[in-house]
Design a protein around this ligand. Structure first.
Ligand code: PLP
Length: 294
């Protein structure tokens, strides 16, 4: 069996001033059952998570992931995470990651159905091999997400924009993409605007500009997209957040789906029509994304 590491945290209050949280960590056997049947994360998907890419033992963009964990907790009315405690747990998990690419997951659940406290745990495991997607690209289909671009503002209880554990819809979209002979999907709003992939952010290049859909449109603000935009700006490119009609995708010079583990996967085909891949730029941005980033 492959290696796997797991650590349970006793969540500390967000203002707990301790400098060392080791006593709140319990390393558990990741191959043994660990969750109670009363866990609301398992019963209802009621919780939040983060997936952090780890390269040669270095967790990438820890601060951005922790900021999003705090933001997701706020949106979901979960107890505010103690950031130094989670940071220390990430360091402990990263210390168990061998050379190569791994993934650290942070999970914060509402807890037990009869309890008053959240449950929290951190895991580490090998990352899936993304070489083919990074080099050859992905074929995508556009799929209706079923809500309009202004739905998130009108219905905050849909928790759009939080990274909740309820990913059944995202996984169903990937299965639908596979049924249609593609590798991945891009969600579009019911009124015709580009959103994101089920597990990734969308970036288009049109003219010399790089654009991505506005995160306010009920999509997750991707840590990889933010990091990549900063790098593209350093390289002298213009970057922007925009409300993009679906037609912008086929008209783009190039497009990528970007995420913490797969990194930048160029879009090779949209709804059966080929899209050009910029192999050289893709290789250089993936080289950047694989370099140590904080
Ligand atoms: N959008 C969704 C729905 C995701 O699930 C993810 C990552 O899992 C992303 C975007 C990309 O986020 P990140 O770059 O932080 O991995």
């Amino acid at each position: 069996m492959t290696w796997r590491f797991a650590l349970v945290l006793e969540p500390a209050a967000s203002d707990d001033p301790r400098l060392d949280f080791t006593e709140t960590f319990t390393v558990i056997d990741a191959s043994e059952p660990a969750l109670s049947v009363g866990e609301l994360s398992a019963q209802r998907g009621d919780g939040i998570f983060e997936s952090i890419g780890v390269v040669d033992g270095h967790p990438q963009e820890t601060t951005a992931h922790l900021e999003r964990l705090v933001q997701s907790a706020r949106i979901c009315d979960l107890t505010a995470p103690n950031v130094p405690q989670w940071r220390q747990a990430i360091v402990a998990a990263a210390a168990r990651c061998p050379a190569g690419e791994s993934v650290i997951k942070l999970i914060l659940s509402r807890g037990l159905d009869h309890g008053a406290y959240p449950t929290a745990w951190v895991t580490a495991a090998p990352a899936p091999d993304s070489t083919a997607a990074r080099e050859r690209g992905v074929r995508v289909v556009t799929l209706d997400r079923g809500y309009a671009i202004d739905t998130p503002a009108r219905a905050p209880w849909l928790l759009l924009g939080a990274k909740t554990l309820s990913y059944a819809v995202n996984m169903a979209a990937l299965r639908e993409a596979k049924r249609r002979g593609a590798d991945d999907a891009i969600f579009v709003s019911s009124d015709g605007f580009l959103l994101e992939g089920p597990t990734s952010s969308l970036i288009l290049r049109s003219g010399g500009r790089f654009v991505t859909p506005e995160p306010g449109a009920g999509i997750l603000h991707g840590t990889t997209q933010v990091s990549l935009f900063a790098e593209l700006a350093r390289r002298g490119f213009e970057t922007a957040y925009e409300t993009l009609p679906v037609t912008a995708l086929a008209k783009a010079d190039a497009a990528w789906l970007v995420s913490s583990l797969r990194l930048a996967a160029p879009v090779a085909e949209v709804d059966g029509a080929a899209l050009a891949i910029d192999a050289e730029l893709t290789a250089s941005v993936n080289e950047y994304l694989l370099s140590p980033r904080d």
